[in-house]
Design a protein around this ligand. Sequence first.
Ligand code: GDP
Ligand code: MG
Ligand code: ZN
Length: 318
Amino acid sequence: MHNIEGLVLKSTGSWYDVYVEQTNQVLACRLAGKMKLNKSTLTNPVAVGDKVDIQVSQNSDAIIQNIQPRKNYIARQSPKNKHQVHIIASNIDQAVLITTLREPHFKQGFIDRFIMTTEPQDIPVLIIFNKADLYNDEDVEEYKELQTIYESIGYSTLSISCKSKLGIEALKERLVSKISLFSGQSGVGKSSIINALIPGLNQKTGLVSGYTGKGTHTTTFAEMLRGERDTFIIDTPGLKTLTFNNLEILDVAHNFREFFEVSENCKFGRRCTHQDEPGCCVRERIENGQLYFYRYRNYLSILEEIKAHNYWERKKDY
Ligand SMILES: Nc1nc2c(ncn2[C@@H]2O[C@H](COP(=O)(O)OP(=O)(O)O)[C@@H](O)[C@H]2O)c(=O)[nH]1
Ligand SMILES: [Mg+2]
Ligand SMILES: [Zn+2]
């Protein structure tokens, strides 16, 4: 019997694939019984990216005995129960959001919703605009505008094309010696990009159906993939929508970093929700163009969702 350290690559319910650097092996592990009973609001006790201590017995049974403290994690509200959260992945160096301005239709506000999941833990974000080969002049203008907005508030952007290979090498360099979480709506080209980054992987790529504009769903669980030069990519299932109705309005306000930064100058300070409070510095700066209306509009749309949800929850109680 001996103990080793490993990195969780994949979970399939009751089994976990764990990468052991020491021996350059992937071990199929089970979870020690006592860990499953741990009461919490989490739907999953072990997440992809977790560093774990494993006990290997004489007959080669490998059991996860302990999860080392997480540096950070990305969690999402469970679609079934708003009080439960599911950890998508942990110990992430950067989050890479794949989007495209073409096929499927670019959802305004989606980037900001994604950032809501990374911001509480200060995880750096790289926003990829894929399928640049399909962009017309208008799309190129839109990309430049979005690039200006997001880079000015401290997020990175990159325009790439899997088809023409534009920007693929630049992206590769950005992933060296890092654990990167890849997310995106179905059909944006996430699998195609991963195939271009890690040759030989041959992930299935789905055709974007002409009827719904949505891709077919080929990935169901988050999974960590290993490339060259310590490139670790966590592939996550295609995102449809991101809802935050479990949040308080102030949580949202605090996760829009450029609003948070100036909110100490609001009359109500960090308690200001930047809606119709008097002496709101954020609104003043939106009006005089020092902050982006684009972000403010998306911010208000998340608040509306929370307010509508709370309204119906209260009605139910009567
Ligand atoms: N024109 C163009 N098509 C692309 C590009 N990247 C991916 N696609 C296509 O977009 C569709 C969806 O790609 P896929 O990788 O399966 O997307 P995923 O659902 O995000 O994994 C496929 O038909 C790909 O061939 C690109 O850069 N340019
Ligand atoms: Mg895919
Ligand atoms: Zn304010």
